[in-house]
Design a protein around this ligand. Structure first.
Ligand code: SF4
Length: 360
């Protein structure tokens, strides 16, 4: 069961048009007017039903603009959404994101109902490693702590000492106070973290299928075509791409950068929808949009969010013993103080050092 079901679209009535007009005004710059009659009935139905269900929708930065801006109660990167999950009074959480994010919400909120609108919304990073792989690595490197990116399954988190996101990866690695850390599963993030710390990093060979596709040649071609372009890159990109960026950081860091610096022309080297969502908040900025879609994030649609709320499916369930161990790894991360970077999060010009690529 994946949560999808064919359904007849709700009608676009004068009442729907009237009651969603303020939401269209919000996204008018990124959603063509002729598309709105297809979205508005779902948006109206979702916003009505979520109140009746005492539900909230957590929308990741990579959701399409009509989901991100028109039905999500809280938005942000993985870290922000995990923090939000711990503070809501709602009984139901609908995760407008991928499966590991829904698992994270369930781990942190075991008494709430957590719904994922499509169970096929996976992640190439989360699928690159299993709990068994981590156990083998721990045998191979006894005593070396394990840091897992949040883009991992509950089983992998349960085998880890602490989780991290791209916002806080360096802080997490250094918080452990050891001279070596096993850092899973993103090879590129591991290499980029290694440019920021003297801690030796033992990495895994996972890759984000969206960010690994960006190349130095792509960036150079964009700079040639758009003089004065400011390039912001996500640290799931290769170190070579990071080295030719002007700034590198998580989706939250990129969003903050645009809000603070208001560059005339910018490219966000990350998933497509991010530019649309940051553009809504920054009307004067010209976004150049090279488009690498995440097929997993795009599994989440208004239609399956509505279906999820109507049928209260698909519920995310995690074996309690695994959830308890995974919770510890996430809570250790959440207990770290929030840090705000004053400059680039990653030393984008420095070649990575102290990295060993592990084989379990
Ligand atoms: S963008 Fe990359 S890391 Fe994020 S869900 Fe898609 S495959 Fe996973």
């Amino acid at each position: 069961m994946n949560g999808l079901a064919p359904r007849k679209a709700p009608p676009y009535t004068p009442e729907v048009a009237r009651e969603t007009a303020h939401l269209y005004a919000r996204v008018a710059a990124v959603v063509p007017e002729f598309e709105w009659p297809a979205y508005a009935p779902y948006i109206h139905a979702i916003n009505t039903l979520k109140k009746a269900r005492n539900a909230i929708i957590l929308g990741h930065n990579y959701m399409t603009p009509e989901i991100f801006n028109c039905v999500s109660d809280y938005t942000g990167d993985s870290l922000a959404l995990a923090r939000q999950a711990t503070t809501t009074d709602a009984k139901v959480i609908v995760q407008a994101g991928v499966h590991f994010m829904a698992e994270t919400s369930k781990i942190l909120c075991p008494d709430k109902t957590v719904l994922i609108p499509d169970t096929r919304a996976g992640c190439s990073l989360a699928e690159s490693i299993t709990g068994r792989d981590v156990r083998l690595l721990k045998q191979k490197y006894p005593g070396v702590p394990v840091v897992s990116y949040v883009n991992t399954s509950a089983e992998v988190k349960a085998e880890s000492d602490m989780c991290c996101t791209s916002s806080n990866a360096v802080q997490v690695v250094e918080s452990l106070g050891t001279d070596r850390v096993i850092f899973l599963p993103d090879e590129y993030l591991a290499k980029n973290v290694a440019t920021m710390t003297d801690v030796e990093i033992i990495a895994w060979h996972g890759r984000c299928e969206v960010h690994e596709r960006f190349t130095v040649e792509d960036i150079e071609a964009l700079r040639d075509a758009h003089p004065g372009l400011v390039v912001l890159a996500h640290p799931e990109c290769s170190p070579e791409v990071m080295a030719v960026a002007d700034f590198a950081g998580s989706t939250a860091d990129m969003s903050d950068y645009v809000a603070e610096h208001h560059p005339a022309k910018v490219v966000l080297v990350t998933e497509c929808s991010m530019s649309d969502n940051v553009a809504v908040e920054n009307p004067g900025v010209d976004f150049i949009r090279p488009c690498n879609l995440c097929p997993h994030m795009k599994r989440i649609t208004l239609a399956n969010i509505l279906h999820s709320l109507e049928t209260m499916t698909v519920k995310v369930e995690i074996e309690p013993a695994i959830a308890a161990r995974a919770r510890l790894a996430i809570e250790r991360m959440l207990a770290l103080p929030k840090v705000k970077s004053a400059g680039p999060k990653y030393r984008v010009k420095q070649p990575p050092a102290h990295v060993t690529l592990a084989v379990a």
